[in-house]
Design a binder for this molecule. Structure first.
Ligand SMILES: [Zn+2]
Length: 382
């Protein structure tokens, strides 16, 4: 079954509409063709989900079932299995995670996180976009969610913490992957190190890096700064090797991950990033993968000045686990309009979807409240 109906559309989901502030997203060719039909794009929403039905199981577990019908595909949403303690960490999806669902004590494990990260049962359209994620991924409702708007007037000084330090391997083969919602470079476990600053003495290792972008230049960053959006955002995802044995184990822990965020501005071409951009035509469809054998220096993806903001947050994609120490550089880096346009040509469907494999026109989650979390400002860099 082709899931193209769940692909990115020419407008933001409910959660994105507020932040988009009326900006109109550009449509891709396929989308434009579809939007030119008698119905406007915004009226193509699928029928509303049927009301959830709840029942009491004999083993004391409450099961909620939801069925959502689409005009092109009927998709049965996995049943949610809710432990009576009713905490976010005691929920799992029975269909996707039968091993977990068979237990009375359901906890978020590395298996759960890996499965949810790999599963494309979510996206950025009205039907499956950020406003719907909380239905399937309870942690997305948490109080430590990302991204946030960086209100610079709220940031407190980071004080005299040791500088943030990083070291990356330049010469090793990397995989460039289309997981169906972005492009991603997998580092394949090669040597790297990130420590200092808000991470203290723990040593983090680079697992992968990927990008978020918008349908038009000037939007696409996940974090905003005093309400301002940028044209995209790179995320370099690291995991805590001092305390945990694997990325997926770390991804479930409050201090498990550290993500360097780099805001992208539309401007001049980024030469180092172009080594990846040039490969995007070879990973047009979901699950396409190529090897980048050229040398690439991740340090060159970072801005020259290393001042940053930091706060405790979450993954910005499902399962939205609250395990990330965010480190967002203040200084944006430039990428060209052509490079951004190349990203928007990626498709969220597999090649078997043919012309129905829609473009990933935008893939950013709207900002969420910072709440009472501390936002710190480190101006010294390294
Ligand atoms: Zn990201």
């Amino acid at each position: 079954m082709c899931n193209y109906e769940w692909c990115v559309e020419s407008h933001r989901g409910v959660g994105g509409a507020a932040r988009a502030g009326g900006r109109r997203a550009r449509s891709g060719p396929a989308e434009r063709a579809r939007a030119s039909a008698s119905r406007p794009a915004t009226s193509r929403a699928r029928p509303a989900p049927a009301p959830a039905a709840a029942q009491r199981r004999t083993d004391g577990l409450s099961i909620k079932t939801t069925r959502r019908e689409h005009s092109h595909a009927v998709t049965t949403q996995p049943r949610s299995l809710v432990h009576s303690a009713d905490t976010r960490h005691t929920q799992a999806r029975e269909t996707l995670y039968p091993r977990l669902a068979s237990r009375k004590e359901v906890i978020i494990t590395s298996d759960y996180i890996s499965a949810a990260m790999a599963e494309n049962d979510w996206g950025y359209s009205c039907e499956n976009g950020p406003a719907t994620w909380t239905e399937k991924f309870p942690e997305a409702r948490g109080a430590r969610q990302s991204p946030v708007d960086i209100d610079t007037s709220r940031a407190s000084s980071g004080g005299s913490a040791p500088p943030l330090k990083w070291r990356y391997s330049v010469n090793h083969p990397r995989s460039v992957v289309n997981p169906g919602y972005c492009w991603r470079v997998d580092e394949n476990g090669y040597d790297s190190e990130l420590r200092g600053g808000p991470l203290g003495s723990d040593v983090y290792k680079l697992q992968q890096w990927h990008c978020h972008w918008g349908a038009v230049n000037g939007e696409g960053s996940e974090h905003t700064v005093d309400g301002r959006s940028f044209s995209g955002e790179l995320h370099l995802v690291h995991w805590n090797t001092t305390k945990y044995n694997s990325f997926s184990e770390a991804a479930g822990q409050p201090d498990g991950l550290a993500v360097l965020g780099v805001l992208l501005m539309c401007g001049k071409k980024h030469d180092e990033l172009d080594k990846v951009i040039r490969l995007l035509p070879f990973i047009t469809h979901k699950n396409d993968k190529v090897t980048l054998s050229d040398s690439l220096d991740p340090v060159k993806l970072l801005p020259p000045h290393n001042a940053y903001w930091t706060y405790p947050g979450s993954l910005t994609t499902p399962p939205c686990t609250e395990s990330v120490t965010w480190i967002l550089f203040k200084e944006p880096v430039q990428v060209s309009a052509d490079q951004l346009a190349s990203m928007r040509k990626l498709k969220c469907g597999e090649a078997s979807c043919g012309v129905e494999a829609m473009e990933v026109l935008h893939n950013y989650r709207p900002t969420l409240p910072l709440g009472n979390r501390e936002l710190r400002d480190y101006s010294h860099g390294n």
